[in-house]
Design a protein around this ligand. Sequence first.
Ligand SMILES: Cc1cc2nc3c(=O)[nH]c(=O)nc-3n(C[C@H](O)[C@H](O)[C@H](O)COP(=O)(O)OP(=O)(O)OC[C@H]3O[C@@H](n4cnc5c(N)ncnc54)[C@H](O)[C@@H]3O)c2cc1C
Length: 448
Amino acid sequence: MSELYHPSIYRAENHVESYWAESAGPEVEGAAPLSGDQRCEVAVIGGGYTGMSAALHLARDYGVDVRILEAGAPGWGASGRNGGFVGPDSSKLGLEGLIDQFGVEGTRAYYRNGLEAIELVRALGRDEGIDYDAQGEGELGVAHLPSRMDGMADWAKTWSSMIGVPVEVWSRGELAERGYHAPQAFGAYYTHCGFALHPMKYARGLARACIARGVGFHGHSEVLRWERTGGKHRLVTAGGSVTADKVIVATNGFTRDRLHPGIAGTLLPALSNIIVTRPMSEDELAAHGWKTECPIWDTRNLLFYFRMLKGNRFLLGARAATRNTPEATETYRRWLIEQFQAMWPQWRHVDITHFWRGFVCLSAARVPHVGELPDDPGVWHAFAYHGGGVAWATFSGRAVARMIAGNEPAENWLSPVVRTPPRKFPLPWLRLWYLRSAYLWYAIKDRR
Ligand SMILES: Cc1cc2nc3c(=O)[nH]c(=O)nc-3n(C[C@H](O)[C@H](O)[C@H](O)COP(=O)(O)OP(=O)(O)OC[C@H]3O[C@@H](n4cnc5c(N)ncnc54)[C@H](O)[C@@H]3O)c2cc1C
């Protein structure tokens, strides 16, 4: 199966030039490339939140001998370059879609797992001494059109009673008092859960915690070949190999179809893009009445997500691009800056200092998948967080660790929403065209 994207997006020698990579402090020590032929009980492919959380929990809580093989430096993938929103959702089905497919109890269990995921990120910060610049309490969803306030109160009531988390609905005036005012902000809902963090500081903190707990972390060690010898798995990199009893695939949006036939064609990586401004003055913030540190998204299907960072730089992110050639990337960068200027006209003059992108990961079922491949026992996976993986990848990594080494059946603590095995997209080579059609449809819907 040919690649969906321009190959430049997989070059992992250096970090993308993100604000996060620039401001995260020193690289992690002790993550040298793999050399020679090594052995372990569990090998993890991918050194993002999923892989690191799985490895950390296996080593720390169950005493398992684990190694991580990561193509770049720790956190090179989406984990080191996301928006830093720590929220409870990781599916694209929405509340109604989840209830239709998994019933009220399955949906409730899914959101309960989402809340546990947020608490797990907080606990790891505390227990492993990771200072990830936590900001804001709760999350804001802003109506980008007046019509998006219709039905918001009903939705908030249902969501809140299902999950047990209070949700407030704010008028445009109330949003201006507590958040900000701007032409495309007509009110909002405010959920009392979630927060924001510095994603690369979190990723490097997890990597250091892994290494401190005895995990073998091999950066710049892409798995190039996967062989079977005597019932074991042999993962081959440019510098050596690891032979393991079990493998965890934690490669999310950066998964290549050639990695494993059971996973090929099941995932759809989608580009998400971010710009960051220079630091703004207090007067500039006042021009849009900016008062909040909460992470914010808007009600577009093709949502924009934004937040004020420490030091008053502003971050805006969005999807909608499906090509990553250098020309398409530049066109999209310009488009995102135009959106920023239209949404916050008083900040038109503010320089954009950073632009970068990465892959979020979608699945055919539009939910994450956590478990063991049914046709290949010993191969575990956790992926497809639909752009909501800061909390969920951390949680899912721990979930896989618990499934491998714990005693309690997963049915008792993991929602059925995420326990379904991944399934192939119909005609997988058409995946990008499915995405383009969806984006077109969303763009039409987002005008009404
Ligand atoms: C721009 C952007 C903004 C986002 N914003 C948010 C947000 O605000 N909130 C939120 O919750 N989520 C957000 N996300 C999604 C979130 O970042 C991801 O869901 C999460 O980081 C997934 O973690 P992961 O460890 O599963 O995957 P990744 O962090 O992507 O890690 C996968 C790793 O696998 C490695 N790999 C792949 N193939 C191989 C191989 N063959 N051998 C060795 N290593 C390999 C890659 O190098 C990569 O580092 C965003 C994503 C992007 C790109």
